[in-house]
Design a protein around this ligand. Sequence first.
Ligand code: UDP
Ligand code: MG
Length: 140
Amino acid sequence: MANTLGIVKPDGVRRKLVGNIISRIEKAGLIIRGLKALRLSKEQAAKFYAVHEGKPFYRSLIEFMTSGPVVVMVIGGHDSIDRWRDLMGHTDPARARYNTIRREFGTSIEKNVVHGSDSATTARSEVAFFFGDDEVLPKE
Ligand code: UDP
Ligand code: MG
């Protein structure tokens, strides 16, 4: 029952997709356990995506992720890490399955609307990156 981190990226917030995305999460039986809106600094974005440092898309990704506010969420429920990744779809919207968020709303491999942790280890550290223990609802 591990929690995972979700982000509605600046393209999703700009296009008013926050409600739609939260609705998909809840309809899938997952639970919003933490939620806030913020704007990432360059330093925060660089640190959050440090695993991609040196890759050709890194600088552009930092620019994009700091281009406007984001909504960060702690998503819980059974198998939340994999199930949130399933709702998001493939990194490249063109390769994502129908009815996934990225397929429906993504406009490029960079501007793909949402982020989700990719493992239990990254989920733990990514949730802690944005949320203190007192900002996450306990599991019932
Ligand atoms: N990204 C990009 N170009 C690429 C691969 C990734 O701009 O060729 C961006 C995209 O926004 C992606 C993020 O970098 O969501 C992190 O990449 P990752 O491979 O971790 O994909 P994800 O886990 O988000 O599906
Ligand atoms: Mg990733």
